[in-house]
Design a protein around this ligand. Structure first.
Ligand SMILES: *Cc1c(COP(=O)(O)O)cnc(C)c1O
Length: 395
């Protein structure tokens, strides 16, 4: 991997970390759509399989496009090593499956991505791996949930869809004291906003589908962190087949060239919108990490460089008002994705979480009037105009 030695700025690293040029002297990294690679002779083949040289063998193991994407992510997260995956869920499943055995235990925040919750609650018990959940807003309860068999402490901050924040330094202190691995899903923040490794995380994983692609095109995932752990995860991944496709890796590596620019603009738009919503008469409450009113504002300021692009909004009038708001939206999209150039609004109580009753919603830190906004890159006054007209009650 060629990264010019004089470079240290993040934007430079994301742009100038490049696969070695081919004989055609191309400026932009080409797409290496090949399932396998060829060898000069039997000795080169033997040495490659013995891992005595750094060579591509087969694209399930490695590929130049995938390697370039991983190297950029390692540098942006300040990690030692990394592995790329077909999706964010493949990153989460493979990372946990590689590191855990029957009888092991996970302590996880309860407000995590829905499929991660399903994985821990429904599938891992099949292999004798149990999970105990804690409330993000009650970190003092975490240590009580740790058992002799606990191996992993898992968290997402900011959380989805409530935009709660938890202190990463506090978590890494707990993990160290009890000999646990701290794993952080950093999809909502991206390394531009937050680098969990600097606060003591052992592994950081991402759904690259979200802000890393940032344009709603491809799926991908990545796990970065300590070299010895990544080695275990890599070997498990290359034998179980959750590899990132070279095409998606090429898109994602290109996307990283503009990540910093995009995420900063997403966050500037989100802060402006959050400030607008805070004053709106139809709004009961707004949660955004960089609003002074956020309960964990101090922690957010300590560990995040920007507030991210997700706003949680409580509108007056509960579930019905939430549904009406969604139906009046004109510019923004009603979609399950987030971290896109296009602003997306969702109403969990009438969509993703519609099967939950009021008590269950409460247990999940959700309310009936909660709206999640994934702020995009449209002209900010156009987004504000759309939200304003959808909030205004037309009689
Ligand atoms: C979307 C998401 C995932 C899952 O990623 P996929 O790429 O959809 O598999 C995991 N964690 C978080 C926080 C997400 O938002």
């Amino acid at each position: 991997m060629n990264t010019k030695q004089f470079s240290s700025g993040e934007e430079t690293l994301a742009i100038r970390t490049e696969t070695q040029r081919s004989i055609y002297a191309e400026h932009s990294t080409p797409l290496y759509l090949t399932s396998s690679f060829i060898f000069e002779d039997s000795e080169e083949m033997r040495a490659s399989f013995a891992e005595e040289n750094d060579r591509n063998i087969y694209s399930r193991f490695s590929n130049p496009n995938t390697t370039e994407f991983i190297h950029k992510m390692i540098q942006l997260e300040q990690a030692e090593d990394g592995v790329a995956f077909s999706t964010g869920m493949a990153a989460i499943y493979t990372t946990f499956a590689a590191l855990l055995s029957t009888g092991d235990h996970i302590v996880s925040a309860s407000s995590i991505f829905g499929s991660s919750h399903t994985l821990f609650t429904k599938y891992f018990p099949k292999w004798g791996i149990e999970t105990t959940y804690f409330n993000m807003n009650e970190p003092e309860t975490i240590e009580d949930k740790i058992r002799a068999s606990t191996k992993i402490l898992f968290v997402e901050t900011p959380s989805n869809p409530g935009v709660d924040i938890i202190d990463l330094e506090l978590l890494s202190g707990i993990a160290q004291k009890h000999g646990l691995l701290l794993i952080v899903d950093n999809s909502f923040a991206t390394p531009v906003v937050q680098k969990p490794i600097l606060f003591g995380a052992d592994l950081v994983l991402h759904s690259a589908t979200k802000l890393i692609d940032g344009q709603g095109r491809v799926l991908g995932g990545v796990t970065v962190g300590r070299k010895n752990l990544i080695r275990e995860i890599y070997l498990f991944a290359r034998n179980t087949g959750s590899s990132l496709s070279p095409f998606n890796a090429w898109i994602l590596s290109k996307s990283l060239e503009t990540l910093s620019l995009r995420v900063e603009k997403h966050a500037q738009n989100a802060l402006e919108i959050a400030l607008f919503l805070e004053k709106h008469p139809e709004v009961a409450a707004v949660k955004y990490p960089f609003l002074h009113s956020h309960p964990q504002y101090k922690t957010a300021k300590k560990q995040m460089r920007w507030g991210g692009n997700i706003i949680a909004l409580e509108i007056k009038g509960g579930k019905d008002a939430g549904k009406q708001f969604i139906d009046r939206i004109r510019l923004c999209s009603l979609s399950a994705n987030l971290g896109d150039t296009r602003t997306i609004v969702t109403h969990p109580a009438s969509s993703t979480h519609s099967k939950l009753n009021s008590a269950e919603l409460q247990a999940a830190n959700l309310t009936e009037g909660l709206i999640r906004i994934s702020v995009g890159l449209e002209t900010v006054k156009d987004i504000i105009h759309d939200l304003d007209q959808a909030l205004t009650v037309h009689i």
